[in-house]
Design a protein around this ligand. Structure first.
Ligand code: GDP
Length: 173
């Protein structure tokens, strides 16, 4: 097993939906010691090495939340992304409605044809749910997003699966 690939995974979505929590959860649960988040002009990057089909893959997770003033700068860096998670909060309808706008930014700044997953985070918060899975599937279809999944960074549900599925679909063939 000597092939190491370095795909960059980009997380986009409104502030507060749980992007940093998802990234930290995934990277902390990996075999590598957790790496402190380093803040560079509003983009936080974290890494985890995983194995898929006998290949070692070092994922770089880019959390675009950053400070508002750096958003424009951030987006110039989006071209390097090989996979995108569009994240909303299932208890927050506004964050769901804003996915349209995040998606159009992704269309504009990310290379064509990269793997994309729509992620409804905070699925543990059942009594506060404001967005149904059906609504989300419909939106994913409409926006040409490959897949929809729900996660909970808090109770660690679906997190591994979402990153592994994104990574699998993001590898060069
Ligand atoms: P970001 O701004 O998108 O990076 O969001 P954060 O990761 O900073 O999370 C915002 C808030 O939501 C924090 O208080 C988190 O503890 C909380 N949070 C994140 N993920 C979950 C989740 O899956 N379930 C619940 N209940 N809270 C979450």
């Amino acid at each position: 097993m000597d092939i190491v690939l370095y795909p960059q995974i980009l997380l986009v979505g409104d502030s507060g939906v749980g992007k940093s929590s998802l990234s930290l959860r995934f990277c902390d649960d990996g075999r590598n010691p957790p790496k402190a988040l380093t803040s560079t002009i509003g983009i936080d990057s974290n890494t985890r090495t995983i194995e898929i089909d006998g290949k070692l893959i070092r994922l770089h997770i880019w959390d675009s939340s950053g400070q508002e003033q750096y958003r424009a700068v951030n987006k110039l860096g989006w071209r390097g992304a090989m996979g995108v998670l569009l994240v909303y909060d299932v208890t927050d309808e506004i964050s769901f409605n804003n996915i349209r706008s995040w998606s159009s930014d992704v269309e504009k700044y990310v290379q064509k044809g990269v793997n994309k997953i729509l992620v409804g985070n905070k699925s543990d918060w059942t009594d506060k749910r404001a967005v149904t899975e059906e609504q989300a599937r419909k939106l994913a279809n409409e926006l040409g997003i490959n897949l929809f999944m729900e996660t909970s960074a808090k109770v660690n549900e679906g997190v591994e699966e979402v990153f592994f599925r994104l990574a699998r679909g993001s590898l060069p063939v």
